[in-house]
Design a protein around this ligand. Structure first.
Ligand SMILES: Nc1nc2c(ncn2[C@@H]2O[C@H](COP(=O)(O)OP(=O)(O)OP(=O)(O)O)[C@@H](O)[C@H]2O)c(=O)[nH]1
Ligand SMILES: [Mg+2]
Length: 685
């Protein structure tokens, strides 16, 4: 399959939803039904097109988003299958940036779950139209009505069923009625008559559907009020308008396992979901905000929304925003301001690569071995400068310290980390100056675990991981002075330097200031930099507990020098020692990072979460009830919540989630300081 499709024949959708709702199985069935494959893979058997990564097979969940084109009735549906597991939310956000509709899958018996809520939240935040597919309708306690009521209670928008389940006399799920085309399929997936018993329901829901579609458009509305029947095309066009402005949310249903409703879903996607024909907000030149239409005759502008890194190099997944992107061309990366040679373009299908000569505006493709392009970058034809805004990813929630196992591991760790973090925007690595540790930060334990394994499998980089030390810092709380004389006169040339320093506390985040107020030339100004250097050495090494000193102003107020023995090194020592002495008299304190957490949990867990936070020295700042959930804002010391990603999951049985960021630094309570000093001393010995 290397047929090239024009914009109007393309549909880009992402499958989102709670882990296990059936996304990967749905893509597998779509491929099978459309004739692209002749065997139905199973997630459990590790043989699906979408979950091909060794880690996905090992864990039987999706970890990375896969792009899978499905050809259906002269259209190409690019389906992006995303992971439902919370740790891999970065993949969801990247995918949302390439599609026109997010199809949120809901398990018909479990209803709205934490993964549904997060999927919804990110689709809304990224301004992507939403539709619902209620799956697993054959399960014993599945209920379309119940799920519909839950959705309406939980989320904003007009939820409009486009399909209804057919049940037999024993209440067994046996088919689906499509309200747009007024057709039905049975459990074998074959068309059948609509059961008479459903006539009333169908009439009610059909009216709802037509009204909702008509409301999106004035002309349709007039026609509707004049009692003129709307054609299927008119209803579909109303649905597209409603979808695109986010007000109308079509609700579909079926059972992927029984292959009921999958054809109908693909029909709805091709007939009532938008083609990628919406203009995109971009920045032209330096700062001109314009809308760029996905016009094949426009300038070639391409957005890289995802990068996969393997041992052969990196694969950049892109969406063509405008123009036609051709193989064997040269383009500019607007972000890194460097030229990229484009080799062979291809259309990804899971791990397969189908080569193509060009890709039209609106379509999704991939290219390998770009030099300086990472996720979120824009590529433009030379001479043009458009920048497509990049997605916003959440701050990391979980960190580990990396310790290379061997010398050879230590030698390559920097390069490998650069590759894996460039590919994944929710992953970050950095040196923490306060603890001198190399950290890897991500969204949770599983996320980090996957990356560590990948580094070992793909790059033979082996590391041990430990829980990071808390990056405490030291500072003072009052003004005081101290004087120090450094004098050495044994042997040859002597050393002499004497300074008196005054230390003053500064505001949080102010850093370090140095000033001289020496009168009458007691110390020559040539030695001031020496004194400052000595102070900085003392600050880096820490005084109270070995952590860096921050937020201090040091003023050299007096001193003494010797005509022969005074020299740079002597004043460095004097500065350092005077600083240490003064520091200890200025009521020194340890500061610890305090994080702000915004925790979302089902109401029933409110008490448990709050009482757990109290044991973690957390302080509740605010609480809000929202459609059955409690949203709690808490300030808590990092020292207590380094493993909160895992703990919250166990307190709420996986039904809670949170975001966090650094709020400020605050004094460590007196009764805890000594223990921290002792630990640090023990480690230094
Ligand atoms: N009973 C039933 N099970 C289904 C149906 N569709 C999928 N499943 C099963 O649900 C399980 C999870 O399916 P997946 O396709 O891996 O779910 P997913 O949404 O991709 O999960 P993540 O990748 O973890 O987000 C598998 O065992 C499927 O066979 C269905 O219609 N009915
Ligand atoms: Mg999956």
């Amino acid at each position: 399959m290397t047929k090239v499709y024009e914009t109007s024949q393309i549909r880009n959708i992402a499958l989102l939803g709670h882990s296990g709702s059936g996304k990967t199985s749905l893509v597998e069935t779509m491929l099978f039904d459309s004739g692209s494959t002749n065997r139905l893979g199973k997630v459990e058997e590790g043989n699906t097109v979408s979950d091909y990564d060794p880690e996905e097979i090992r864990r039987t969940i999706s970890i990375t988003a896969s792009v899978i084109p499905v050809e259906w009735q002269e259209h190409k549906i690019n389906v992006i299958d995303t992971p439902g597991y919370l740790d891999f939310v970065g993949e969801v956000i990247s995918s949302l940036n390439a599609v026109d509709v997010a199809v949120v899958m809901v398990d018909g018996s479990s209803g709205v779950e934490v993964g549904t809520i997060l999927a919804w939240k990110y689709a809304v935040a990224n301004d992507v139209p939403r539709a619902i597919f209620v799956n697993k309708m054959e399960r014993e306690n599945a209920s379309f009505r119940k799920v519909l009521t839950e959705l309406r209670g939980k989320f904003e928008g007009t939820f409009v069923p486009m399909q209804l389940p057919i049940r037999d006399d024993d209440n067994k799920f046996v088919g689906v009625v499509d309200l747009l085309t007024m057709t039905a399929v049975d459990e074998k997936g074959e068309s059948c008559d609509i059961p008479d018993s459903m006539a009333d329901d169908i009439e009610t829901f059909k009216i709802e559907l037509v009204e909702a579609a008509a409301e999106t458009d004035e002309e349709l509305m007039m026609k509707y009020f004049d009692d003129e029947p709307l054609t299927n095309e008119e209803i579909a066009s109303g649905i597209i308008t409603g979808l695109q402005d986010g007000s109308l949310i079509p609700v579909l249903c079926g059972s992927v396992n029984l292959n009921i409703g999958v054809h109908m879903l693909m029909n709805v996607i091709t007939s009532a979901f938008p083609a990628p024909n919406q203009a995109v907000q971009v920045i032209k030149g330096k700062d001109e905000e314009i809308e760029l239409s996905p016009d094949a005759s426009g300038p070639t502008v391409v957005k890289v929304f995802k990068t996969v890194d393997d041992q052969y190099g990196s694969v950049s997944y892109f969406k063509v925003i405008s123009g036609v992107f051709k193989s064997d061309t040269r383009v500019m990366n607007i972000i890194s301001e460097s030229e990229e040679r484009i080799g062979q373009l291809f259309l990804p299908r899971g791990k397969e690569q189908l080569t193509v000569s060009h890709v039209y505006a609106g379509d999704i493709g991939a290219v390998v071995k770009l030099n300086s392009t990472k996720t979120g970058d824009t590529l433009c034809i030379k001479g043009e400068k458009y920048q497509v805004p990049s997605a916003i990813y959440p701050d990391p929630l979980f960190a580990v310290t990396l310790h290379p196992k061997t010398q050879s591991d230590a030698g390559k760790i920097g390069a490998v980390l650069a590759r894996v973090t460039n590919a994944d925007p929710t992953l970050n690595s950095r040196n923490e100056p306060s603890t001198r540790e190399l950290l890897l930060e991500g969204m949770g334990e599983s996320h980090i675990d996957v990356i560590i394994r990948r580094m070992s499998d793909r790059y033979s980089l082996n590391v041990n991981v430990t829980q990071p030390k808390v990056p405490y810092v030291e500072t003072i709380t009052k003004i005081d002075n101290a004087r120090y004389r450094h004098k050495k006169q044994t042997g040859g040339a002597g050393q002499f330097g004497e300074v008196e320093l005054q230390l003053e506390p500064l505001e949080r985040g102010a850093g370090f200031e140095f000033e001289s107020k020496v009168f009458g030339g007691a110390v020559s100004s040539v030695y001031f930099p020496s004194v400052e250097k000595g102070i900085k050495q003392a600050m880096e090494g820490g005084i109270l507990a070995g952590y860096p000193v921050v937020d201090i102003k040091a003023i050299i107020v007096d001193g003494k020098e010797h005509p022969v023995d005074s020299k740079d090194i002597a004043f460095q020592v004097a500065g350092r020692e005077a600083f240490k002495k003064a520091f200890m008299t200025c009521n020194p304190v340890l500061l610890e990072p305090i994080m702000e957490l915004i925790i979302t949990i089902p109401e029933t867990y409110t008490g448990d979460v709050i009482s757990d936070m109290t044991t973690k020295r957390g302080q509740v700042q605010g609480m809000e009830q929202l459609k059955g959930d409690t949203i709690i804002t808490v300030l808590a010391p990092l020292a207590e919540i380094q493993r909160y990603a895992t703990q919250l999951r166990s307190i709420t049985q996986g039904r809670g989630f949170y975001a966090q960021k650094l709020a400020y630094y605050q004094n460590v309570p007196k009764q805890l300081v000594q223990a921290i000093i002792d630990v640090n001393k023990k480690e230094e010995n």
